[in-house]
Design a protein around this ligand. Structure first.
Ligand code: NI
Length: 424
């Protein structure tokens, strides 16, 4: 907390923005400015953002059930005088800052929690059994409220409109598609998102162009054999032994069919077969996921997967069928927006870490299929990874992240205005 305050809010030097476009005045930067009277209020505002984060943490709601969360966020936005835009959403909400004229940049935060029993022992721990903000979406929502407050203050000077997307159901990879279907990307020239990253220190932002989070696909393999008495296996075809060989052989995909330069994961996460100790069943079912960052790797994995499942099953006289359920594509950051994010982070005194990627997936990628986007990793100095019951966030990261989003939104609007002028 202290360190961020010092670096962001107690500075007396003007914003350092080395490659600023001539049209952009550093003094227009957010939130720090040459006007030192603005600084203490930001510090007190950040206390409020942290209180918002902790409130959301106490009352987590699962994907698609974010009713109270939505109402709470709506109230916070209305208190800030920010206009809510009705897209007919069941949960989640959209708001706008700016005149409604000019280019539109979208800032997105996800708001849903996970079906996990919290084990942090924190004073503001979840009050709901089996529900927890274990991926930090409470943090993302609070960061976006913070950015909104900073942007609202400069609404009159905004070179366009900032659309705030508080997205439900990220954990089920549904929310982004729901919002897109509702039309939230209409007129949007760029989309910006963020995710906390416990393995990066507070004050550091992961900013990387290109693919940074993996495509995710789910699979179900059904192995069909022939049931028999457990004492007479030769009378049947054992799907359990066959499935065990398939599980082992699938691990050779990443080790033997994908280059060491490429990144991919194949994980079997469920094995189901049989219901008693003395009968060999006729069917075994495997489920799991594959992760990849690149389309050619993605298709190679699926090709080898089918060959291995089918080939191993046939070697045992069994049959295997593979069913895929497609998840989000990879998160791929736009080069120009990534460069802008780097300039903004440096300007705010934040450290920039490049090359930070994650094999997890994010439905933010669905927005990026429609419009250029950038997804940032906000360092939060945590001991536990996402989705762990003892996952904790360091709130000292919140003010910096909010300032960065606000600053990047302004920069992006300027960038979009220039792009339009060039094309005209
Ligand atoms: Ni998440």
């Amino acid at each position: 907390m202290t360190r961020v305050r010092e670096s962001l809010f107690n500075r007396t030097d003007p914003l350092r923005i080395g490659e600023a476009e001539p049209a952009y005045s550093p003094d227009a930067g957010l939130p720090a400015s040459a006007d030192s009277t603005a600084e203490p209020s930001i510090v007190s505002e950040s206390e409020e953002w942290i209180a918002i984060r902790r409130h959301l943490h106490r009352y987590p709601e699962l994907s698609g059930e974010e009713y109270e969360t939505t109402a709470y966020l709506r109230e916070r936005l209305e208190n800030l005088g920010i206009r809510i835009v009705d897209y007919g959403l069941e949960t989640g909400l959209v708001a706008e800052i700016g005149s409604g004229e000019g280019p539109i940049a979208a800032l997105r935060a996800d708001i849903d929690a996970l079906p996990i029993e919290e084990e942090t022992g924190l004073e503001y721990a979840s009050t709901r059994p089996g529900r927890m903000h274990a991926c930090g979406h409470d943090f993302h929502a609070a960061v976006l409220i913070g950015a909104a407050q900073l942007l609202k203050r400069r609404e009159a000077e905004l070179p366009g409109t900032v659309r705030l997307l508080f997205q439900p159901a990220e954990e089920r990879a549904k929310g982004a598609r729901q919002l897109i279907q509702a039309g939230v990307l209409q007129g949007v020239g760029a989309v910006i998102g963020q995710h906390n990253k416990p393995d990066l220190p507070v004050g550091t932002i992961g900013i990387t162009a290109g693919p940074i989070m993996a495509a995710s696909d789910g699979f179900t393999v059904t192995v069909r054999g022939t049931a028999s008495h457990a004492a007479v296996p030769e009378a049947g075809i054992d799907p359990i032994v066959t499935a065990a060989h398939i599980v082992t052989a699938l691990q050779t995909i990443t080790g033997r069919s994908i280059s060491a330069q490429e990144r991919a994961v194949v994980s079997v996460t469920q094995v189901h077969a049989g219901n008693t100790w003395n009968v060999i069943p006729d069917t075994a079912v495997l489920q799991g996921t594959i992760r990849s960052f690149d389309e050619s790797v993605h298709s190679r994995i699926k090709e080898r997967f089918a060959e291995i499942a089918g080939g191993v099953a046939s070697a045992f006289g069994a049959e295997a069928s593979v069913r895929w359920s497609g998840g989000p594509p990879p998160v791929v950051n736009d080069a120009a927006l990534t460069a802008l994010a780097g300039i903004c982070a440096h300007g705010l005194g934040l450290r920039v870490a490049e090359g930070i990627t994650s094999p997890a997936s994010e439905d933010f990628s669905f927005y990026q299929q429609q419009v250029p986007g950038v997804f940032l990793f906000v360092g939060t100095s945590g001991d536990r990874e996402w989705h762990h019951p003892a996952f904790e966030l360091n709130d000292a990261a919140l003010p910096g992240a909010a300032s960065l989003l606000a600053e990047l939104a302004v920069r992006t609007l300027l960038h979009l205005s220039e792009t339009v002028e060039e094309e005209a």
